[in-house]
Ligand binder design. Structure first.
Ligand SMILES: [Zn+2]
Length: 347
């Protein structure tokens, strides 16, 4: 398998992971794909909780907005219903006023005809002419009155038509705002779902951790490491390790570590720790368990020996208890025979 070549399909993952390992990585940095993927999965996993909290806060605000928009829409609906009812009443009144004008005009026409007939009577009947003239004057008065009344009613109808149009526009705007608020809620809910599950992502990283070790080892150089609070670790684990130190501190547990060491230092430690020989005796045969040079994850910056308050931790310290509960969330697993030794595989 090509170990140090970034293939096209994972360029996107690599690009994201490069932001994890920082801008100091040289062009074409020789970190294997699987290590980039491990870093990417852990970054996503560690990002789930804080990002979910941000989205949940946003969601709560958006849900309040939906309620407010719904109330505004209900108010606009009530106003629209009332405006339509007033418009219907005004329309009915307008129709009635017009028909009263028509009736008055009809009556006036009859009065005019009556006057014409009275004026042609032979012999002339002055009393009948006078009555007809009086009746025509009254009919003219009625037409004027009904016409003015009809004009007033028509103006009222125009006002109610404008009011109904305005109420309908307000209702459309309010409905649009309510729809938009609902869409924003759905969008945020979808984002929360898309963030995924922190434990699931960490488990995916854990599954490939052995491959990370086997693929990092052949081409490893010191340039693949970086410093986290003075601890030298592989760039792939820098972000989770820093978060682990920060979160432990927030929980009242101060931790530091010895991370990367050279093969030469491992050889020295084999001597210091009284291993029966440097290259073959098992780690457990040393006074302090010490891996055979070339096999230690410290030589890749993928293991850390945890200290707390300047002392190497043991299984009875609060730091060990905290790590036992939480370290897996940062991709670190304990080697059971060494309480202080935590690595991405537990080896
Ligand atoms: Zn160790």
């Amino acid at each position: 398998m090509t170990r140090r070549h970034i293939t096209a399909p994972i360029v996107a993952i690599a690009a994201l992971a490069m932001t994890v390992i920082g801008p100091t990585a040289p062009a074409g940095a020789a970190v294997p794909d699987v290590a980039l993927r491990w870093a990417y999965l852990m970054k996503r996993s560690l990002n789930v909780a804080p990002q979910t909290a941000v989205y949940r806060k946003q969601l709560a605000t958006q849900q309040v907005a939906v309620k407010a928009r719904a109330a505004e829409m209900a108010t606009a609906q009530t106003a629209d219903n009332a405006a339509r009812a007033r418009l219907a009443t005004a329309t009915t009144a307008d129709r009635a006023a017009r028909s009263r004008v028509a009736a008055a005009q009809k009556a006036r026409l009859a009065a005019k005809q009556e006057l014409g007939r009275a004026e042609k009577l032979k012999p002339r009947n002055q009393a009948a002419v006078n009555r007809a003239r009086t009746a025509l004057a009254a009919a003219n008065g009625a037409v004027n009155l009904r016409t003015k009344e009809a004009q007033r009613v028509a103006a009222n109808l125009a006002a109610h038509t404008a009011a109904a149009n305005a109420a309908a526009a307000t209702l459309r705007t309010a409905t649009g705002a309510w729809n938009a608020a609902g869409a924003a809620v759905a969008d945020t809910q979808q984002k929360i779902v898309a963030l995924g599950n922190a434990a699931g992502l960490a488990a995916m990283a854990s599954k490939i951790s052995k491959d990370v070790v086997t693929q990092v080892r052949p081409g490893f150089t010191v340039a693949d490491t970086t410093q986290v609070y003075g601890v030298t670790v592989h760039k792939a684990v820098a972000v989770p390790f820093k978060r682990m130190v920060d979160d432990a501190k927030a929980a009242g547990i101060a931790i530091s570590a010895g991370g990367f060491r050279t093969k030469e230092r491992q050889i020295e430690l084999r001597k210091i720790n009284g291993c029966p020989d440097i290259w073959t005796a098992p780690a457990s045969s040393c006074r302090v368990p010490t891996a055979i040079p070339g096999r230690s994850l410290h030589e890749l910056g993928l293991a850390v020996d945890i200290t707390s308050g300047g002392k190497t931790i043991n299984s009875k310290t609060p730091a060990f208890a905290w790590l036992s509960t939480h370290a897996a969330a940062y991709g670190f697993v304990n080697l059971p025979s060494e309480a202080w030794h935590w690595s991405i595989t537990g080896g």
